[in-house]
Design a protein around this ligand. Structure first.
Ligand code: SF4
Length: 214
């Protein structure tokens, strides 16, 4: 599928403008340590940000460092999120971070059990502020609709889709671009899209071919 560079530029420009006008100041966007940045990403996996926020605030107050977490007997930080299975991932992260704090490279982050491509890219982009490309459910939905990809679970791991996402991610302002992409996918191009108020509708494949022809 041939996608014009001018359409990519249009997308970036509109998305960044929307993102600058609609800032979401989640607590995890202001953390000053890798430990909390990683915990936030694990909590946010397939879980709504409004549900995560109170639990995350409790977590950072109770466990300012990996050491505080590791000395606690049987922490149950995922109980209220209904995801007790993720506790082990936090333990693995704490074990690694207690000895090593410099984990900026992707391969270092990926070496932690339970940290996958999305989490590593999100932490690099949003915590370290280095350019990286995120692909999660929001991103798959937004790009599929706007650029006309056939939506399928395979897109999450499809190499050419990732290369496309990488092409769309700008060299400058990539952190704010990624924040905007996630926020836009949650607030506007949500599972039930709010096309009427969407700044991208003029060039959106889904809007032109599905909504308008209904
Ligand atoms: S026009 Fe609708 S489908 Fe297209 S990007 Fe906007 S909200 Fe999503």
């Amino acid at each position: 599928m041939e996608i014009k560079y001018s359409d990519i530029l249009y997308f970036r420009r509109k998305l960044l403008k929307w993102g600058k006008e609609n800032k979401f100041n989640f607590v995890w966007r202001n953390v000053d340590n890798l430990w909390h940045a990683l915990v936030a990403e694990i909590m946010l996996q397939r879980t709504r940000s409004d549900v995560v926020e109170p639990e995350f605030i409790k977590f950072i107050n109770e466990y300012p460092t990996p050491h505080n977490y590791l000395i606690k007997e049987q922490p149950k930080t995922f109980k209220n999120l209904g995801l007790p299975g993720r506790e082990q991932i936090i333990k693995d992260i704490a074990e690694v971070l207690k000895d090593k704090q410099n984990l900026k490279e992707k391969r270092d982050l990926l070496s932690i059990k339970g940290v996958g491509n999305y989490t590593a890219a999100a932490v690099r982009s949003m915590y370290f502020n280095v350019r990286d490309t995120i692909v999660d459910g929001n991103v798959v939905r937004v790009y599929s609709r706007v650029f006309g990809f056939k939506r399928s679970p395979k897109l999450y791991t499809d190499k050419s889709f990732f290369e496309f996402a990488d092409r769309v991610t700008p060299k400058r302002n990539s952190r704010i671009f990624n924040y905007s992409l996630l926020d836009f996918g949650r607030e506007i191009c949500s599972p039930i899209p709010k096309c009427e108020i969407c700044p991208l509708k003029r060039k959106c494949h889904y809007f032109k071919n599905i909504i308008k022809v209904k």
